[in-house]
Design a protein around this ligand. Structure first.
Ligand code: URA
Length: 233
């Protein structure tokens, strides 16, 4: 891989900015000041330094965001800005959201540029658990618990069993194992209830407890590996 690409993909700066760093002799490769943008860097063999500090190349990034309302789960603006606007420091990595939260839904959203993992996490066969805090404009009742467990007809098939825990008259926590379009809202709407607040508390084992709305962090290596293990079989 070209040196300028290696640096840009590692988050050092834009292609233009890293070229300037090279020109200013701040980049070295294996102890020698780099004289060209196009030096061929072999990952794991050549060592690249900025001002003497090694730049470790990473192909894939995994970022956990506590999504606020008013952003769409997309990489392009629509009526609302895309969630990627909230993580400008990762613009170089071209992250995209793993699945979709509605514009008015808050909570746990994973973004990555690892297309294969994204695809697997969303594949119905892996049934990744998602737990939502839900408030509705009517009464949460035991009949919902039973109905969600049995599944309700949606898009011509029964939804997989969902687990509803009633927290108060109007609030509950629903865990589902698939991700149909507007699934939670449609499940409650089936019983004439409108969702007035929706927050995704967990996606698999990931949650947003350590993040304020709009905050984000990179996954640890352990979390990254645990996600990959989830979809291994
Ligand atoms: N289900 C919904 O209805 N909306 C979301 O944002 C997520 C799940």
């Amino acid at each position: 891989m070209r040196l300028d690409k290696y640096l840009a993909n590692s988050g050092v700066g834009s292609r233009k900015e890293v070229k300037i760093l090279i020109r200013k002799k701040r980049i070295s490769v294996d102890g020698v000041i780099a004289k060209s943008d196009s030096i061929d860097i072999k990952e794991g063999i050549n060592h690249v330094y900025l001002d003497g500090e090694e730049i470790i190349y990473k192909e894939f990034y995994y970022v956990l965001l506590n999504k606020p309302q008013g952003y769409i789960s997309s990489v392009e603006p629509g009526v609302y800005p895309p969630v990627t606007d909230l993580i400008p420091e990762y613009a170089f990595a071209n992250l995209f959201p793993v699945g979709r939260l509605d514009v008015d839904t808050t909570g746990t959203l994973l973004l990555t540029n690892d297309g294969e993992l994204c695809h697997q996490l969303l594949a119905p066969k892996y049934h990744v658990d998602k737990t939502y805090y839900v408030e509705v404009d009517g009464k949460m009742s035991d009949k919902l618990i039973k109905a969600f467990k049995e599944g309700i007809m949606m898009d011509g098939e029964l939804t997989l069993p969902g687990d509803l825990v009633i927290l108060s008259e109007h609030a509950g926590e629903l865990t589902i194992h698939q991700g149909k379009f507007h699934q939670v809202k449609r499940m409650f709407k089936h019983f004439g209830l409108n969702v007035t607040k929706l927050d995704r508390k967990t996606f698999a084992f990931l949650n947003h407890e350590d993040l304020e709305l709009g905050e984000y962090r990179e996954l640890s290596l352990e979390e990254e590996n645990a996600l990959k293990n989830l979809v291994k079989h």
